[in-house]
Design a protein around this ligand. Structure first.
Ligand code: HEM
Ligand SMILES: *[C@@H]1O[C@H](CO)[C@@H](O)[C@H](O)[C@H]1NC(C)=O
Length: 324
């Protein structure tokens, strides 16, 4: 009798535990049964876009970061302006007009909806797309499983973007504390900043901050940027420059070599050398090719788990741009 009841308790406890993981944990191969082609369809859409324009791949890597830091990884960054919500995240300063890749998410979603309607969340598509863009831009050196099972959120506010996304003039303590608020640590700051080895920046993101006030930026890079950027960059007069002039389309550890050579665009990049702990990490990532790629993969999975919605707080959107 006693053993029967303890068995019952054991059953109850393990069922609750199982349920808890099923409800809160993301899983690798989440769509294996419900939509086996989901990940391949997203990858095909990303591949096509990255081959046409590698910059869009950079946009997709950045999109995951911008989605996850604001309201969690819930595709809140994808929602368009509506009468009910005229100022969604998309229109926030960090996203507008610089964030790109939305059309790739639309293409992936429509392919996935055709194969299995109402099954795959936009939040998971953003996470798969960020993973796949990393894969293609690293020439398959960054290759990893992305757990899934996120739901899409219904809340998206432009006012939350500046609150949660660090700006390019951030110092190291601001970066560490803003990443810390999202459950990421100082190594994640250093490792994920390596994404600035691809893509572009508008002049207004580093002008005048890095060129007027005293900064450690390399003189040759500063001269190049002065030629490319108007002093009052912004609005319609805001050219772009490559983040990594050495290997602009390759997601690799060149970023850390650029940091050491003072050839980076933002105060937030240069700030990685402002403490011994992060300087050590920068030097290690610059030196050991291959090890940063593995750390980046792990950090992307960690970032892609921030504040995920798996209960009544979410839904699977029919259109990634609109709540159901
Ligand atoms: C550490 C704090 C960070 C700051 C302050 C920061 C800031 C910025 C800024 C200002 C731009 C240029 C936007 C423009 O003017 O067009 C940019 C671009 C970019 N960021 Fe970050 N970022 C940070 C972290 C990250 C992370 C964690 C990722 C992804 C893992 C990321 C990926 C990218 C990519 C790929 C681009 C190029 C986007 C494109 O070409 O469309 N950044 N970032
Ligand atoms: C970093 O920046 C924040 C916000 O601008 C400021 O309050 C803080 O004093 C700065 N910290 C350091 C160490 O410079």
């Amino acid at each position: 009798m006693a053993s029967t009841s303890s068995f019952k308790v054991w059953c109850l406890v393990s069922c609750v535990l199982l349920l808890a993981t099923a409800c809160h944990g993301l899983q690798v191969g989440y769509y294996r049964k419900t939509c086996p082609k989901a990940e391949a369809l997203v990858r095909a859409a990303v591949k096509k876009a990255v081959h046409a324009n590698p910059g869009i791949g950079a946009g997709l890597v950045r999109m995951l970061f911008h989605d996850c830091f604001v309201e969690g990884c819930d595709a809140s960054v994808l929602l368009d302006s509506t009468q009910a919500n005229p100022q969604p995240e998309k229109l926030g300063i960090p996203n507008n007009p610089s964030l790109r890749g939305f059309e790739v998410i639309d293409a992936a979603k429509s392919a996935v909806e055709k194969a299995c309607p109402g099954t795959v969340s936009c939040a998971d598509i953003v996470a798969f797309a960020g993973r796949d863009a990393s894969y293609f831009l690293s020439h398959s050196k960054i290759s990893f499983h992305m757990p899934a099972g996120r739901l899409d959120g219904r809340k998206s506010l432009a006012s939350e973007t500046l609150q949660f996304l660090p700006g390019p003039t951030s110092n190291l303590s601001t970066l560490v504390s803003m990443f810390g608020d999202k459950g990421l640590n100082v190594e994640d700051v250093v490792v994920l900043s390596g994404a600035h080895s691809i893509g572009r920046s508008h002049c207004s993101s580093f002008m005048p901050d890095r060129l007027n006030s005293p900064s450690d930026i390399s003189q040759s890079l500063a001269n190049f940027l002065r030629r490319r950027c108007p002093a009052n960059a912004g609005g319609a007069n805001d050219p772009t420059v490559a983040q990594d002039v050495v290997t602009p389309h390759a997601l690799d550890n060149q970023y850390y070599k650029n940091v050491l050579a003072r050839r980076v665009l933002f105060t937030s990049d240069a700030a990685l050398l402002s403490a011994p702990e992060t300087s050590r990490m920068v030097r290690a990532n610059a030196k050991y090719a291959g090890s940063w790629e593995k750390k980046f993969a792990k950090a992307m999975v960690k970032m892609a788990a921030i504040g995920t919605k798996t209960g009544s707080d979410g839904e699977i959107r029919r259109s990634c741009r609109l709540v159901n």
